[in-house]
Design a binder for this molecule. Structure first.
Ligand SMILES: Nc1ncnc2c1ncn2[C@@H]1O[C@H](COP(=O)(O)OP(=O)(O)OP(=O)(O)O)[C@@H](O)[C@H]1O
Ligand SMILES: [Mg+2]
Length: 262
């Protein structure tokens, strides 16, 4: 696997560990097994995507990693620490726009650093860096309602990264965007990842998107939610849209599509 990621962490150093994870929802005397015996090890700096049919437990798994939901059994840990609740070490980006509408773009990005008590010059340095990375310098003082959907999602990514999280957890972040904006967002996110090498767990329904962005793609199956495939994406870094014509890309796409069909 080409990682090019060794600068920040030892390439194979495990960052996320999930072992025998189970989640059963119980409502009105009925119980539903959403996740069954999930085992997963994610090394630092890896961009991992998760594909799977609706209802197979992708969001449940991500919410457990975020600490927003409790597992029924098993273990989930980040950097050797068991997950017991939300934390600044894990940034989240969802499909809906979750910016604070009363804050400007810059203030949204500086929100986490401000909570941490960083001095203003340090906060400014961080927001300048991320405004540049998401190419929204000119909108620093705009409010969320003045932005397009794609721009809002860029700010949401910047805001998550401004906390310098160990992991970025993304649940269909581009699912609500039009096709063209989605492609632009994918390229932007890839650039961000190449620069920051943050470990990313990215949920999507879009096979092209999963392969294009990732170093590794997991496939989940439903009833009960479990991992049924784990693929290394053997494509070089510095990817552009043309890579979608690469024989290795197309081969993996066929494999994933047939796996998702069954
Ligand atoms: N709070 C809850 N109470 C009961 N069942 C739930 C709850 N949350 C999720 N479920 C069930 O758990 C299963 C997994 O849900 P989850 O949201 O993780 O699926 P998903 O893979 O993210 O689906 P989608 O692709 O549609 O977003 C679903 O069958 C869902 O009905
Ligand atoms: Mg979901």
């Amino acid at each position: 696997m080409r990682t090019g990621a060794a600068e920040r962490l030892e390439p194979a150093q495990e960052l996320i560990k999930v072992e025998g994870l189970n989640k059963t929802y119980v409502s009105r005397s009925k119980s539903f097994v959403a996740l069954k015996e999930i085992d997963l090890s994610i090394p630092g700096n890896q961009f991992l995507s998760i594909l799977g049919p609706s209802g197979c437990g992708k969001s449940t798994l991500l919410r457990i990693l975020a600490g927003l939901e409790e597992a029924t059994g098993g273990l989930a840990a980040v950097d050797g620490e068991e997950i017991v609740g939300p934390g600044a070490d894990r940034g989240m980006v969802f499909q809906g726009y979750t910016l604070f509408p009363w804050l400007t773009v810059r203030q949204n990005i500086e929100y986490g650093p401000k909570l941490k008590g960083l001095p203003i010059f340090e906060r400014r340095r961080i927001s300048d860096h991320y405004l540049k990375l998401i190419r929204l310098e000119r909108f620093a003082n705009a409010f969320p309602k003045e932005l397009s959907g794609g721009m809002k999602q860029r700010v949401a990514i910047a805001r998550a990264l401004a906390n310098n999280p160990k992991v970025l957890l993304m649940d269909e972040p581009f699912g609500a965007l039009d096709a063209q904006t989605k492609l632009e967002m994918q390229e932007m996110l890839l650039n961000v990842w190449v620069e920051e090498k943050t470990t990313v767990v990215f949920i999507t329904h879009d096979i092209d998107e999963a392969i294009f962005l990732s170093q590794r793609v997991l496939v989940m199956g439903a009833n009960p939610g479990r991992i049924i495939g784990d693929f290394v994406v053997n494509l070089p870094e510095g990817r552009t849209q043309e890579i979608k014509e690469d024989p290795d890309f197309l081969q993996l796409k066929r494999t994933l599509a047939s796996m998702l069909k069954h």
